[in-house]
Design a protein around this ligand. Sequence first.
Ligand code: EPZ
Length: 412
Amino acid sequence: MKAVCKFSPELRGTVKISGSKNASLPILIATLLTDDVCFIENVPRLDDVFAIIELLKKLGKKVLFQKNKVSIKGKIKNTQLDEKLVRKLRASVLVMGPVLARKGYGSFAMPGGCALGERPIDIHLSGFEKMGARYRISKGRVIFTKTKLKPVRIKLKFPSVGATENLIMTASLIPGITVIENSAIEPEVIDLANFLKKMGVKININGKTFTVKGSKKLKGAKYRVIPDRIEAGTFLLATASVSGHVQLKNVLYRHLESVILKLKNSGVKIKTSKDKIHIKRTGKVKPVDIETAPYPGFPTDLQPMWAVYMLQAKGVSKIKENVFPSRFMYVDELKRLGADLSLKGNTLFVKKSTLSGTHLLACDLRAAASMIIAGLISKGTTEVSNLHHLSRGYENFFEKLQKLGANVSIKK
Ligand code: EPZ
């Protein structure tokens, strides 16, 4: 399947943002912490969500997914996690925390690398070890032997989103006080913490420190997932790149403050209200440098789209990637359009470029979105292959873009 993109003069209209993929995945997995029924709303219909639901069923859960609502209940009957699934979906490593908390043991395939570079889980494993877990690695699997976990104080060497999520889920079922310092505080992590609180966990967040008062048993809960700030950021950058006037609905602008500030510095007009963002770009684009960083810094997931946007800015702009240093696989693809990009270490230098369409190969979810946006601002036609990446993370992406006037279609 390919996306066929043609030059589009402007984007105009309203787009409704879906529920957050990266909040839905850990929250769905957190239902493993109880046998009671849980109801989760505003869950986007994405390949990654379907994959996690399959995984939960494999572990013994009964799951019903209708429209954007999920109901989940039942006991954990299996503690094995197979390699095919873990390689397909990195987020499946988040199953370790709840299974260890419930069972005290488990055998999990290690996640492989991906387009973002190697994806280690050492921060997750060292946290589990500090809690008393004992494991060995053999044949690409992490095998935990049965141990009783205890409340501890942990300081993460890097504010890893996944490690923070795994460890607060484990701590939720350890009676006593667990403290996790230098944690990730992305909105998706906070959303997971809010769901855990609904399940009966006492969690206090002070700066980047989580204090979790766990208990032996947690109850089922009803919860509505936050809007997807990365999807929202993608549509902000699509509008800024193509130009036009778009209103985003069902969005929490405070989750995108770092991006909104940079967009305003580049000359874009943005107005925000409770659950809406209005963006208008009609004039010239000013070059603006960015550095990605853990929240509340500029999100690494929007880095490729920022590069596409800056291809229209007069002068040179710099993009420094501090979270996934090798997250530049898309650069050589954009160069095929005529993009003037040069990479020095983990800094990309972007110059104003005239783009003309050609065939591109998407390498990851966010790079796929950035290549489609690039196709909308290139002369002629751009075809983007490997679209399976896109359906992992964007709900009805093409319909939403077409409704805004983007000249994009799908070719089988
Ligand atoms: C989450 O990945 C997101 N995925 C990613 O979004 C996002 O890019 C990333 O956080 C950063 O914000 C989900 O939430 C499902 P990390 P995660 O652990 O948890 C290193 C998307 O497109 N690290 O915060 O895997 C790691 O190599 C995806 O939706 C270790 O060294 O990210 C990376 O350099 C892409 N050891 C940095 O930390 C570890 O044990 C950040 O990784 C764990 C991570």
